[in-house]
Design a protein around this ligand. Structure first.
Ligand code: TRP
Ligand code: SF4
Length: 330
């Protein structure tokens, strides 16, 4: 497809440390697919990380490296997409500031995640200017590339609606500079962690991409299964089994359906069933582990790729900012 006809995608990830399988199926798997079809900008949003981690800011750099290494090792290709560090493209900050002039405070105060996350992280002081502005900074991230499409999960839908509202306000007040970004909703399969709850870094139940084959085996083998299967001869229900959430994400449908049928008539044991998904995950991650080992041996290459991405992002962002300043008249 010719370059001008390709639609622009932007998405962002907060650098919160090494990625787990939930991050992979929830976002990264999709990012990899999109890079072939769209003009993609993928941002590691260091400033967004600071909105809640300002008191623990020293880890952000290491986490940026971790997430960049994860993405590149999974196959994100700098020849196809732009992977960059948000805080190295200062234009985002300028646009954020300019947008802050036109966004009524209630628009931000009514964002559901604002109060929710404050409650969830009650130990942190998050009644800050920056935290309130989180979705505004996200809007700047998106529209500074004139993104048409933003792949996100359900939890970000409200943020995208707000972004469109802000775009309409800007375009009406000044000049039609920005397209309204569309949400590309990523189906996020529910993945259980090793304790059966939702897989999450904060629950300490995650399987990390950089775990070894041995670690993955040791995490999955003792997982609780459908509690109906006390004995090998008991019939089970995969829909009530946390392990089967992994099958849904990683085992191809035909094979998975066969296993589900066997589980329901006690034709397969849980250990055998777990082995299938362990093998599937190991198969998926083997090329990733090889690439990761090479990057870890030579971390400079990761920083170089980011720096190149920063420069390409900056070039695009600068073009938009010329139009923005002109439209506003400053
Ligand atoms: N808010 C997003 C999250 O928590 C991260 C993010 C920041 C983002 N800027 C973005 C996502 C722009 C999509 C587009 O996951
Ligand atoms: Fe779960 Fe598989 Fe055991 Fe069925 S056989 S209960 S799906 S682990």
């Amino acid at each position: 497809m010719n370059e001008a006809a390709r639609k622009t995608v932007l998405s962002g990830v907060r650098p919160t440390g090494p990625a787990h399988l939930g991050n992979y199926v929830g976002a990264f798997r999709n990012w990899l697919r999109l890079q072939d079809e769209y003009r993609c900008f993928y941002s590691i949003v260091t400033w967004h990380a600071l909105t809640s981690e300002y008191a623990n800011s020293k880890v952000i750099k290491e986490y940026t490296f971790e997430v960049a290494t994860d993405l590149l090792s999974l196959g994100l290709d700098p020849a196809k997409c732009v992977l960059f560090n948000q805080s190295e493209v200062k234009e985002h900050a300028e646009l954020h500031l300019l947008l802050s002039m036109i966004v009524p405070l209630p628009w931000l105060e009514r964002v559901p995640t604002f109060k929710e996350q404050q409650a969830e992280m009650a130990e942190k002081e998050l009644n800050t200017y920056g935290f309130l502005g989180y979705p505004l900074l996200q809007t700047a991230d998106i529209i500074i590339y004139k993104a048409d499409v933003v792949p996100v999960g359900e939890d970000q839908v409200f943020h995208l609606e707000l972004a469109r509202e802000i775009v309409r306000r800007f375009n009406r007040l000044y000049a039609p500079v920005f397209p309204e970004p569309q949400t590309l909703l990523t189906e996020i399969p529910k993945l259980a962690g090793v304790d059966g709850r939702k897989m999450s870094k904060s629950y300490g139940n995650a399987i990390y991409l950089k775990d070894t084959a041995e670690e993955i085996r040791r995490k999955i083998e003792p997982m609780v299964t459908d509690t109906r299967r006390k004995r090998r001869s008991d019939q089970g229900e995969p829909d009530d089994c946390p392990v089967f959430t992994l099958h849904r994400a990683f085992v191809e449908p035909a094979r998975r359906d066969g296993i589900a049928a066997e589980c329901r008539k006690a034709g397969i044991g849980c250990l055998e069933c777990k082995n299938v998904v362990i093998q599937a995950i190991i198969g998926l991650l083997t090329p990733y582990w090889e690439k990761r080992a090479a990057f870890e041996k030579n971390p400079r290459t990761v920083w170089d790729i980011l720096e190149d991405g920063n420069a390409r992002a900056r070039e695009a962002a600068r073009k938009t900012m010329v139009e923005v300043r002109d439209a506003i008249g400053v």
